[in-house]
Ligand binder design. Sequence first.
Ligand code: SF4
Length: 417
Amino acid sequence: MIHRRKTRQVALGDARTGVVRIGGDAPVSVQTMTSGYTYDVDACVAEINRMAAAGADVVRVAVPNKKDTAALKDILPQVRVPVVADVHFHFGRALESVEAGVHKIRLNPGNISDRKQVQEVIAACKEKSLPIRIGVNEGSIIERKDKQKRLKELGGVFGDDKHGHFLAIMIAKLEEYLDIFYENDFYDLTISAKSPDPQLVIRAYTEISKRFDHPLHLGVTHAGPKETGTIRSVVPLGHLLAMGIGDTVRISYANDPVFEVEDALEMLYCLGLRERKGVDLIACPTCGRIEVDLFTLVQDVRKTLADEIAMPIKVAVMGCIVNGPGEAEGADVAVFAGKQRGIIYVQGEKVATVPEAEILGALLSHCKAFEAKVNAGEAKLGEKVVDIVPPDPIGELGSGASKIAAGEVTQVTVGGG
Ligand code: SF4
């Protein structure tokens, strides 16, 4: 059980999009950002709606130019999630975004620092009860011109830390910036402190969480391609979340943003911070006992069940029945493959033996039937664990029994996973 740090809750959205709460006792929300041009209204709407369908709670759009903020008026009525305007360099884009009806503003203290301009944005957001995110990301908070001077002034505060200089500047910058908001009696704030360096991300958010009670927007910025970005993101974000730090997350890949949403949700499911929607799939990594094309089967099962099953049924796809049952313990529906065929179990009861080509279809129909039983109150998720001790499992499934009988192989009882 993770004990989450108490934060001051903010809310964004409206009657059409629904209201998303961030911080306090609200579930950790998932954000992502469009990758296309905001001024391209149809493409932007399509991208936002695709992200929302994947499970994004909030979507951010860049508004570098007037034509982007002008497009918001056409975009907002067509989407079903709260939209955040990401503003850099010109506070006027923030004012135009508020006017257009956006649900939250993100400001960068590194390039929108003029006190009067920030006060104007605060006043506009206050009037419409919109929250603001302050993003003190590495690489954007330090004014290039006085970087060396500030490093000298502040570097000693965290002097024993590998990331001391940045942490000192970040905290000082944040305190300075927050003063403008507090002086104007504005507290509907969230804070982010992203970096491409996972260790710095952990240190930065840990230090911020000790000093401020505003909700924290976690992220590793520019995490790279999904193939490596997943680890780069989930290691620090999972670490922080497990410590109770973090109220909303964005994973950033150089890839389709839908992957960001899927992976952020899976991370939160794994930590028990969100209630799972859709199937909880486990699968064996395969070993020398495998006698079907399990990797293809697992991918097909993943895609098919994601499209067809809304309930968080635990499904196991295992390469054999020698050790599979132990490893699939707790699965509601499981398939144990053998020589070009598979046996399907539903809550411990064997329901079918099918050829390899029919495993996917049979598994789907048994998942659907089980889902219907749960909906009818005739079964419960996780009620019966897999507990299978068949008399001759290998013999039924393939060539194993004959090989054992011939002394060609020895049946073992340790896990292969
Ligand atoms: S022993 Fe484990 S890893 Fe090997 S095929 Fe069977 S279930 Fe998969």
